[in-house]
Design a protein around this ligand. Sequence first.
Ligand code: CMC
Length: 373
Amino acid sequence: MPVKRGLEDVIAAESSICKVDGNKGRLIYRGYDIDDLAEHSTFEEVVYLLWFGRLPDKAELEKLHKELGANRRIPEEVVKMMKQWPKEAVPMEVLRTATSMLSMYDADSHENDRDANVRKATRLTAQLPTIVAYWDCIRSNRELVDPKPDHSTAASFLHLLHSGKEPDEVSVKSLDVALILHAEHELNASTFAARVAAATLTDMHSAVTAAIGTLKGPLHGGANQEVIKMLLEIGELSKVDSYIKKMFEDHKKLMGFGHRVYKVQDPRAFHLRKMSDKLGRGAGETKWYEMSARIEELAKEEKGLNCNVDFYSASVYYMLGIPRDLFTPIFAISRMSGWAAHILEQLEDNRLIRPEGEYVGKTDLKYVAIEQR
Ligand code: CMC
């Protein structure tokens, strides 16, 4: 078998959770097109869909809402520990470490059956947004307020982030759609990391911690932070062309563009582009959208590159007033649902994931004592 660099085109698992059609630019969660879900669904409904394989009825959705609402608090010990961490710590490091710590306070930490794992997935989906929002408050010396049990995931995150200020409807709706769009994407790097970990029969917190560490990388979830950094550096529409052309001349990668699977436009970008435009017009500040749209045109013309989910999510989050280094943690808050779906699926029919490497080193060396080397 030839070695496939980066495992490109290798099929590593059968899954009924998500289909990414890279040629047609379609993304399907459990049979439903992402366009349909972004238009009509909510993040909580999508969570249920991913974990249980079908859309919930009213009672089932209500139950999930209640369980998420009841589990948003994080243990006092974790909050205490977070208060001791350096204020300049990267939020993804904080999220990774606090998530790992949560396992020591989880009532099901030593159970690995499906029911216990669904309970753990519910708690983690409820707790991750609290960790991210609390961290921003802790590092900026803002008040930590209690989560409200009736809030949705999006509303709770914004409420905690802004120390108890009730979020407006447009912001909640925009974030909710962004969470739907980021929830699941088949065997992307972090999900694969989660499945590899879960397949050893380790616990869900360990698998999610591995996934968070993987998502942090700039070639994966970290790209959205780099996009806003670039937009802020460019500063205005008139400077876009020269900046981007210089990047291409210098053979630099344009963050938020390109994709391993999509050969056409990433379907998630369509919704985020619309949202970025709408939020900009609503706020009377259209320059971030206009700059992004021009970069998109140039990337297509000059390099044939399409933008991915990370490109317009950057201007969307920026206009929602979210600090730049929380962009990737928001991706994690959402992708938690997809990671959990894959961990549950992996454990249904588990086999250790252990590929082979093609050894290209020497095989006939003889040990030489250290004095003679
Ligand atoms: N800017 C400039 N050139 C690019 C880009 C880009 N963003 N993406 C791909 N290319 C070029 C690349 O230079 C290479 O050209 P050549 O064959 O001449 O060397 C060719 O396209 C193939 O690129 P690759 O990096 O080998 O492709 P890959 O499938 O290994 O990587 C990718 C996919 C997403 C890592 C890559 O497109 C990239 O680094 N993009 C920027 C980072 C980014 O936006 N990441 C978010 C991905 S989507 C959300 C997620 O999954 O987290």
